[in-house]
Design a protein around this ligand. Structure first.
Ligand SMILES: Cc1cc2nc3c(=O)[nH]c(=O)nc-3n(C[C@H](O)[C@H](O)[C@H](O)COP(=O)(O)O)c2cc1C
Ligand code: SF4
Ligand code: SF4
Length: 433
C-alpha cells in the first residue's frame, strides 16, 4: 500500500486528507472521532471573538434528484468560548500527536493577533490558518473576505502573524476576487508558509416564492451567504492551478472546494495542492468517507507506481497552458457505435441546437434482431449517424449521451477546414428528419 504521509509547509500528517475549518471541526470530541475515522488533519472551526449565530443558517441546491450539489451558509466563526476550544485542542493534540492540528484564526488588531497566536501555540497547534475568506457577516466588520479582497491589508496582517508565530502560517484565500494570484502573491511577499483555498463563494441559494425572501430565511429576512460543495469544485481547481502555475513549489497550497472522494483529491493535488481539505461532503455523509478516500488514493498510487503523495503534487501543471499554446491542428470527430446506442436521440437534438447540425437519424439502420439480444426494443428505433465532414469535434454529443460507449471522440488526421455551417442551415431539413 502506498505511503500517504504528507508534509505541507513543515506540517506532517498521516495522509493528505484534512477537515476544513467548519462545523465538522467545531469541538474536540468531533475532531477526535474524525482522526479515529482516518482523517490526517483538521483545521479547527475559526477562533476569534465568539459570535452569536442565527437560525436557520444553511441552504442547499439539489440537482436532478441529487441532494446538495451546492451548499450555502450564513454561519459565522465559532460561537464557543475561546478557553473551551483551547482546552479541547490541547486534549486532541495530546491524544493524536502525529495528526495535523491547525488553528484557524480571525481577529482584528495587531495585539489580538499576537495574543491568540500565543494561545493556540500553547494549546499544541501545528500551524495557524488565517481566515481571510469568510464572505458574510465577518466581512461587514472588516475581517474575513474584507481582508482577502485587499492584498495590501492581507500582506500587512500576514506580516504581523509571521512576526508573532513560531509555527507555520497558512493564509486562507477568498475566491471572491477577480485574480486569485494577486492575494496569493501578497501572502507570499509577507512570508506565508502556504495558502489554502477556496473559502466559500458569495451567493444567494434561492428565494422563497411565497414569502418573497431569499433562503436561508431568518425571521422573514435573509442575507447573502457562502457557496461550497460539489458545484464549486471546478472554480476551486482553476484557482489552485493558477497559483501553482505562477509559484511552482515556492508557495505550498492546501486545496479546498467540493472535494468528495479520492478522485477529487488527486485532481486537486495534480493541480498543485499538497493537502486537501473537506467540509460539505463530511457534513453530508460523515467522517466515514475518508476510508474510501484513503483506499482509493492508495490503490491509484499503487496502480500508477507513485511511491509518495509528493509525486502527485503539480503533476498536471506542465500540461496546463494558455489557450494560445493549444494545438489547433489536433482534430477529433464524433463516432457513434450503434451497438451501444439506446436510440434516445439526445445527441441529434444537442448537435442540432447546440452543436453543428451534423447528426442524422439513419432510416436504414435496424438494430440487432438476434432474440438473445436484450436490446430488442431498438428494432423499431433509428440510430443516428454523424455526417463526419461537418463535425467540428466539439464533444457535445458524447457529453449528453446517456449510453456508455455509444459515442467516442476519435482522433483523425488534420483537416484544414470544416464544412460551412451557414450552408448546412440553408440546406433545409436533413437526412432522416
Ligand atoms: C457551515 C459552514 C461553516 C464554515 N465555517 C468556516 C469557518 O469558520 N472558517 C473557515 O475558514 N471556513 C469556513 N467554512 C468554509 C470551509 O472551510 C470551506 O472552505 C468551504 O466550505 C469549501 O469546502 P467544501 O466545498 O468542501 O465545503 C465554512 C463552510 C460551511 C459550509
Ligand atoms: S462533436 Fe459536436 S459537431 Fe460533432 S457530431 Fe458531436 S455535437 Fe455535432
Ligand atoms: S445520445 Fe447516445 S444513446 Fe442517445 S441516440 Fe445518441 S448515440 Fe444513441
Amino acid at each position: 500500500m502506498a505511503d500517504l504521509t504528507t508534509k505541507l509547509a513543515g506540517v506532517t500528517s498521516p495522509n493528505p486528507f484534512w477537515l476544513a475549518s467548519a462545523p465538522p471541526t467545531n469541538t474536540g470530541g468531533q475532531v477526535m472521532r474524525a482522526f479515529e475515522a482516518g482523517w490526517g488533519g483538521a483545521v479547527w472551526k475559526t477562533l476569534g471573538q465568539p459570535v452569536e449565530n442565527v437560525t436557520s443558517r444553511f441552504g442547499a441546491l439539489d440537482y436532478a434528484g441529487r441532494k446538495i450539489m451546492g451548499f450555502n451558509n450564513i454561519e459565522l466563526i465559532t460561537d464557543r468560548p475561546l478557553e473551551t476550544n483551547l482546552k479541547e485542542m490541547y486534549e486532541v493534540k495530546k491524544r493524536f500527536p502525529k495528526h495535523a492540528l491547525i488553528a484557524s484564526l480571525m481577529v482584528e488588531t495587531r495585539e489580538e493577533w499576537r495574543e491568540i497566536i500565543k494561545k493556540v501555540e500553547d494549546a499544541g497547534s501545528d500551524a495557524i490558518e488565517l481566515n481571510f475568506g469568510c464572505p458574510h457577516g465577518m466581512c461587514e466588520r472588516g475581517m474575513g473576505s474584507a481582508v482577502g479582497q485587499e492584498p495590501k491589508v492581507l500582506e500587512v496582517i500576514t506580516g504581523w502573524t509571521k512576526e508573532f508565530a513560531k509555527i507555520p502560517v497558512i493564509v486562507k484565500l477568498t475566491p471572491n476576487i477577480s485574480d486569485i494570484t494577486v492575494p496569493a502573491a501578497a501572502a507570499r511577499r509577507a512570508g506565508a508558509d502556504a495558502v489554502s483555498l477556496i473559502n466559500t463563494i458569495k451567493s444567494i441559494i434561492g428565494v422563497d416564492l411565497d414569502q418573497f425572501v431569499p433562503y436561508p430565511t431568518v425571521d422573514g429576512k435573509s442575507t447573502n451567504g457562502g457557496y461550497c460543495g460539489p458545484a464549486v469544485k471546478p472554480i476551486a481547481m482553476h484557482m489552485v492551478g493558477a497559483i501553482a502555475r505562477k509559484n511552482g513549489n515556492a508557495l505550498p497550497v492546501s486545496g479546498i472546494g467540493g472535494i468528495s472522494d479520492w478522485k477529487d483529491a488527486v485532481e486537486f493535488m495534480m493541480l498543485g495542492a499538497g493537502t486537501v481539505q473537506v467540509c460539505t461532503a463530511v457534513m453530508h455523509y460523515g467522517y466515514r468517507i475518508v476510508e474510501d478516500m484513503i483506499q482509493g488514493m492508495s490503490d491509484y498510487m499503487d496502480a500508477k507506481g507513485f511511491r509518495s503523495t509528493s509525486e502527485l503534487v503539480g503533476r498536471a501543471i506542465p500540461n496546463y497552458t494558455d489557450w494560445g499554446s493549444l494545438n489547433r491542428r489536433h482534430t477529433l470527430l464524433a463516432k457513434i457505435h450503434q451497438e451501444h446506442c439506446i436510440g434516445c436521440n439526445l445527441c441529434v437534438v444537442a448537435c442540432d441546437d447546440g452543436g453543428h447540425q451534423c447528426i442524422d437519424l439513419n432510416p436504414e439502420f435496424r438494430a440487432d434482431t438476434n432474440p438473445t439480444n436484450i436490446n430488442l426494443h431498438r428494432t423499431t428505433r433509428k440510430a443516428p449517424i454523424v455526417r463526419e465532414e461537418e463535425c467540428v469535434g466539439c464533444n457535445l454529443c458524447s457529453l449528453v449521451c446517456p449510453a456508455p460507449g455509444a459515442i467516442t471522440m476519435e482522433t483523425v488526421p488534420y483537416r484544414p477546414a470544416y464544412g460551412s455551417v451557414t450552408d448546412i442551415k440553408l440546406n433545409g431539413p436533413r437526412a432522416g428528419h
